[in-house]
Ligand binder design. Structure first.
Ligand SMILES: NC(=O)c1ccc[n+]([C@@H]2O[C@H](COP(=O)([O-])OP(=O)(O)OC[C@H]3O[C@@H](n4cnc5c(N)ncnc54)[C@H](O)[C@@H]3O)[C@@H](O)[C@H]2O)c1
Length: 358
């Protein structure tokens, strides 16, 4: 019998509310799953969410209480990053398969330890949430690239810029592990390669002063070398005050592919591919309308709402089929390894050379 998968969502903050909404919608529309429970310390907030979706769903006051109760087969964990390992360990021990929000743990040392534990005891229990892999515009760009439309690829530029600092109370291990982990995973996924060298450059220039969330930088660049034939430039910022900017440019010997550009049109993503100079027409041009949820949600949902939903749907499908997950803890470790290398070779104003005018 095709019983719906019982899914719980733990942590109903900025991101968890969106995952819970998607599980609820998939339950209503596909009957493949059921939103079996939510766990949230802020019970009032959880009650408001449950009232909004209009279905009676049990609320647990913590993920610890949820793990003790035998109410679900799978859990989406969306609690603060520094709790990821503890919370994933707890729910996996309770027999759940887990979709864990990025990053895996927030530090390289803990990532490696946790991944070794999972490899040994639970190799197929954890899917790591890298929603870009489920994003239609980026999937289309990957197809174009793999079809040879722009020839051999030698450079990728990937930018992710928030319009605001992380909110008060948000706990981050730094802008690179927190944000650039998306870009780095995107680049490794697009190219199927891992970098050999990395360097980071960072500044605290504006928005760090507007929040209690402490981060090393509010603007940073990560430069990655893949042997001698490919480089990647990652740009992350909390200072793009005009709105969320997500852009990827893939440079090939025969042209380039652009995914997205900022123009204060949050619900439309354009993918364009151009040939070499002299061509009159683009190689490809396609618009991807994004879903407007019609209510106030964090800005990353305007751009990636459909990808987050497709990611949860893929998680549910794998759980039901008892199949391995398309992204795992190992993808999280690889991305963090590249970022940590860059952070070991960080240049701030102290390391930069003084400019000497004659
Ligand atoms: N994929 C993305 O684009 C994306 C975007 C934003 C955040 N995230 C990730 O999602 C995670 C959460 O980020 P956020 O911005 O939603 O944070 P948040 O602070 O808004 O939400 C975290 C929630 O977890 C709850 N919580 C804490 N401990 C708990 C416990 N023991 N049991 C139950 N609930 C508990 C908090 O009360 C809070 O509501 C972070 O790891 C972050 O990196 C991912």
């Amino acid at each position: 019998m095709n019983e719906p998968l019982k899914v719980a969502v733990a942590g109903l903050g900025r991101m968890g509310t969106v995952h819970a909404l998607h599980v609820h919608e998939l339950a209503r529309d596909t009957h493949e799953c059921e939103l079996a429970a939510v766990a949230e310390i802020d019970i009032e907030h959880a009650r408001r969410f449950i009232a909004e979706i209009g279905r009676p769903v049990p609320i647990f006051p913590s993920i610890e209480e949820l793990a003790k109760a035998d109410v679900c087969d799978a859990t989406v964990i969306v609690t603060p990053t520094d709790k990821h390992r503890e919370h994933a360990t707890l729910t996996i021990a309770a027999g759940h398969r887990v979709l864990l929000e990025k990053p895996l743990t927030g530090t390289l040392e803990a990532d490696r330890e946790f991944a070794a534990e999972l490899d040994r005891d639970h190799p197929h229990s954890l899917m790591l949430a890298f929603q870009r892999r489920f994003d239609e515009p980026l999937q289309y760009a990957k197809q174009l690239m793999e079809s040879g439309a722009i020839g051999r690829v030698f450079k990728i530029y990937s930018a992710l810029e928030d319009s605001n600092p992380a909110p008060n109370g948000y706990r981050s291990g730094g802008i690179l592990p927190d944000m650039s982990v998306h870009n780095v995973d995107e680049i490794l996924w697009l190219t199927g390669r891992i970098p050999s060298k990395a360097l980071a450059i960072g500044s605290r220039i504006y928005s760090h002063a507007l929040t209690t969330c402490v981060e090393d930088f509010d603007d940073a660049l990560l430069y990655l070398w893949f042997e001698n034939d490919l480089i990647a430039q990652v740009q992350v910022s909390r200072n793009h005050v005009s709105g969320y900017r997500v852009e990827t440019i893939i440079f090939g010997e025969q042209g380039q592919i652009h995914v997205g550009h900022f123009e204060q049109k949050p619900f439309e993503i354009v993918v364009e591919a151009y040939g070499r100079r002299g061509r009159a027409e683009p190689l490809a041009y396609r618009k991807f309308p994004m879903r407007n949820y019609g209510r106030e949600l964090p800005e990353f949902v305007d751009r990636f709402g459909a990808a987050y939903k497709a990611e949860v749907a893929a998680f549910i499908e794998c759980c039901k089929a008892k199949a391995p997950f398309p992204t795992t803890h190992r993808d999280g470790v690889r991305a963090q390894e590249a970022i940590s290398a860059g952070m070991r070779a960080t240049i701030g104003p102290e390391q930069a050379a003084p400019v000497e005018f004659s």
